[in-house]
Design a protein. Structure first.
Ligand code: ADP
Ligand code: ZN
Ligand code: ZN
Length: 678
């Protein structure tokens, strides 16, 4: 029998939480063996699933009777490269997840589920899509000296050259990336370049720039709002080496790119590069590893680098390139002023000085942006007679008033209620909104400036697919006088007509428990301030302004924002972190546990804490998470720390094996390496 049907063993990684690979039998001639990196369809339990072939063997320890046959091998798809497998393998090891959970979910669904026939048809469609481009490329602006130096340094770099491009807001970092890309694409006929942006809303702006500049170059985009069909086409174009530029959000870091020669991470400080669920990876950190693995240059760009990257630049591990001035002729950084809310008491959330500044912009026909990082109408409603407040019944949080939608919504679970007509406790009909969110500010502005074209951009106003882009286009076309928005509007956008930025309520972050809060707040304020005055002086020669409403005008963080002084602020923060032994001088991992009862979660974490000791590892006590209950589940955490990354890694590996072997039916747990929120 065996002679008639020669077979081999396929060792296959599957997308399951079990940290194992599985062996299957595959009938094939010796000269037609499947290859490592190919996908195969196999039976798993009662299902048929697609897995990744990680080894092809002659024999296995699995007893003959238990060995199942693989059903199909996707031979139309060329194998994922050894480099790609090594990347997935590194991510799996580093973040302590099974290989299949890292490698498979990133692949287009259609590759994983569709039949052979469907895959063929897809591939044909892609070939059709590739029309010849004969448009003439847009002319690049002449670079200033610092930009030129940076573009040449990046474009001409060889080997693993990590570069921090530290350029103030509006200094023309995009132009530097594009011209560096141009050098690489011209020099190396098959080179591929990967460009990551932190947010999906930033892709159209950059995509437009890239297409205009490189009309003959195939561009693939990878982000979460592509349809499955599109995702498949773009992924394949990258995998087959035909897409020379791949632009995407964090998930694109796991794209298959056989000829990758340069990686660009724009706004590298942005927390969105960290995936916050499932495989909790940092796309920026994986990008640096990928560049090291391939020995290619990588550029990390920001006006407010993360302290991790700043630390590497200070210590010489990264090369630092600076752009100190704004690129557009006459454009200077905006004047930042602090408005003392104790002296100038705000009405409807706006101080008299801010209202006057808005009025001035209206008269001049210039745009203003108001930044408030809180969506909804009011964070809570309350009853003044009995003290009832709108708490979520399932979470440790409040139900947010969404007045235009006539709803109370919990932003942490899906709970939604009609606004109660009277107090559920005492029957009082006069329930009051407390505090303000973007919707309430919008309402106030409209009353104050009835003639103004006010536009709100936040997660609520942009729920419909394409509506965010439509909203940003409206601003770019100049059809908006006052824009009000959350962090969605704060980053990256190049609004040319904007001369005033008002920041409404940043104080709460000053006193947060989170040691990263000041780094984040500072970056956020610098970024949103950086939206003002990007196109240079206006016709009447006025300068752009940033007005920050605060009760703490003496706070050093605001002082640093007023002076646009990232350098000193970052250096001081780093010193603090070093003294307090915090990242980046310390390495952390966080074990989280969820259960119906808090005690169960804490009990599990206590067992976890005590089950393995290690000399250079500190295991802290289990504590409830700040927001303890979400959707009727209680959550607790255990922080693990070490001054040595390799020792932490070694500990985690051993520890995870122990935890996986425990019976933990009443708790759901997960590990996060390099956690951002603790
Ligand atoms: P950053 O990403 O550094 O904040 P951008 O790349 O968005 O800045 O550039 C800001 C503005 O400057 C853009 O409108 C861009 O077109 C313009 N710009 C960039 N480089 C030059 C240059 N060398 N000459 C003129 N304008 C430039
Ligand atoms: Zn009441
Ligand atoms: Zn809730």
């Amino acid at each position: 029998m065996t002679a008639l049907f020669p077979h081999c063993i396929l060792r296959i990684a599957l997308d399951t939480p079990l940290n194992a690979v599985f062996d299957y039998r595959w009938h094939c001639e010796a000269d037609a063996r499947p290859q490592v990196g190919q996908l195969a369809l196999v039976p798993f339990g009662s299902r048929e699933v697609t897995g990744l072939i990680v080894e092809v063997l002659d024999e296995t320890d699995v007893p003959e009777a238990k060995l199942k046959d693989a059903l199909a091998v996707r031979s139309q798809l060329s194998p994922l490269s050894p480099q790609w497998l090594a990347l997935a393998g590194f991510a799996a090891d580093y973040y302590q997840r099974p290989l299949g959970e890292v490698a498979l979910p990133g692949l287009p669904k259609n590759l994983r589920v569709s039949t052979t026939v469907a895959l063929d048809r897809a591939i044909k469609k892609l070939a059709k899509n590739e029309a010849p481009h004969d448009a003439t490329p847009a002319n690049p602006p002449p670079l200033n000296a610092q930009q030129q130096e940076a573009a040449d340094a990046i474009g001409g770099a060889t080997g693993f050259t990590p570069t921090l491009l530290y350029g103030v807001t509006g200094s023309g970092k995009t132009e530097v990336y594009l011209q560096a890309c141009d050098q690489v694409l011209t020099r190396e006929p098959h080179a591929q370049i990967l460009i990551l942006v932190p947010e999906i809303n930033l892709t159209p702006q950059l995509e437009g720039n890239i297409r205009a500049r490189f009309p003959g170059v195939m561009l693939a985009t990878l982000h979460s709002s592509l349809s499955e069909g599109e995702r498949m086409l773009h992924w394949l174009a990258a995998h087959q080496g035909r897409a020379r530029i791949v632009l995407g959000t964090r998930l694109a870091i796991l794209a298959s790119l056989p000829n990758l020669k340069l990686i660009v991470i724009d706004e590298e400080h942005d927390p969105s590069y960290k995936q916050q669920e499932g495989l909790r990876y940092s796309a920026r950190d994986l990008a640096v590893w990928r560049a090291w693995q391939l020995q290619i240059p990588i550029v990390l760009g920001s006006a407010t680098p993360s302290l991790e990257s700043w630390h590497h630049a200070q210590s010489g591990r990264y090369r630092k390139l600076e752009l100190r001035e704004r690129a557009v002729k006459n454009a200077v950084l905006p004047q930042v002023k602090l408005l003392d809310m104790e002296r100038d008491k705000p009405k409807d959330g706006l101080t008299a000085q801010l209202v006057a500044a808005l009025k001035l912009r209206m008269e001049r026909g210039e745009q203003s942006l108001l930044f408030l990082n809180r969506r909804g109408y009011a964070p809570v409603i309350c009853c003044e007679s009995c003290g009832w407040i709108s708490e979520c019944t399932r979470c440790t949080s409040f139900m947010v008033l969404h007045r235009p939608e006539h709803r109370l919504r919990c932003h942490h679970c899906s709970l939604e209620l009609r606004i109660p007509r009277h107090c559920p406790t005492c029957g009082n009909v006069d329930l009051q909104p407390l505090g303000r969110g973007t919707q309430r500010v919008e309402e106030g502005l409209q009353a104050l400036f009835p003639e103004a074209r006010v536009l709100r951009i936040d997660a609520d106003s942009t729920r419909k697919k394409g509506s965010a882009q439509e909203a940003f286009d409206t601003v770019h076309r100049g059809e908006v006088d006052i824009l009000i928005g959350t962090q969605m509007v704060a980053k990256g956008h190049d609004f040319k007509k904007l001369t005033l930025v008002g920041i409404l309520n940043p104080d709460t972050a000053l006193f947060s428990q989170d040691y990263r809060a000041s780094e984040r707040l500072f970056a956020q304020l610098m970024q949103v301030a950086g939206r003002a005055g990007r196109a240079g002086r206006t016709e009447n020669g006025s300068e752009s302004e940033v007005l920050i409403q605060t009760r703490y005008p003496q706070h050093p963080l605001y002082g640093a924002v007023v002076n646009h002084d990232y350098d000193h602020f970052a250096t001081a923060l780093l010193e603090e972190r070093e003294q307090a032994a915090l990242p980046p001088y310390l390495f952390q991992a966080l074990l989280r546990a969820e259960a119906r009862e808090l005690a169960t979660a804490l009990e599990f974490l206590t067992i976890a804490r005590d089950c393995l000791a290690h000399p250079n590892i500190t295991i802290n006590d289990p504590i409830p998470m700040t927001m303890t209950r979400v959707h009727n589940v209680d959550r607790a955490q255990l922080l693990i720390e070490s001054p040595s990354r390799p020792q932490l890694q070694a500990f985690l590996k051993q520890w995870m094996d122990m935890l996986r072997s425990m019976k933990t039916s009443r708790v759901k747990w997960s590990l996060e390496v390099d956690p951002l929120d603790i």
